[in-house]
Design a protein. Structure first.
Length: 110
């Protein structure tokens, strides 16, 4: 199976999962709020990776635990981006292509 097919099947599964939980019905504004929350959690995970946390109620996390948490939070943020793109009928693969085209055009050799 091609990578693009695998990504598309995961997106289909994700949207179906959100529909089953009645989360897909929320407006893009609500999903944007969810994305903002997840970006905050990504920030916290990166802080833990880079400078650690000094919280009296927490035991220090291992390197593996910190990396697993960062991976989880990045995935949660990505889920929201994928759901928002689905709500607007934007193919996720088109997001990657648009990013590449924009950067290539913006920073082309002069």
């Amino acid at each position: 199976m091609k990578e693009a097919d695998t990504c598309q099947s995961v997106i289909i599964w994700l949207v179906d999962f959100y529909r089953q939980r009645n989360w897909y019905q929320y407006s893009p504004f609500v999903h944007l709020n969810f994305l903002t929350e997840e970006v905050g959690e990504v920030s916290r995970a990166i802080r833990a990776e880079e400078i650690g946390r000094d919280h009296p109620g927490e035991r220090p996390a291992t390197t593996a635990e910190k990396r697993a948490n960062l991976k989880e939070e990045l995935a949660d943020a990505l889920d929201q981006v994928l759901v928002i793109s689905s709500l607007y009928d934007i193919d996720a693969a088109d997001l990657l292509t648009a990013s590449e085209q924009k950067l290539t055009q913006r920073f082309k050799q002069r």
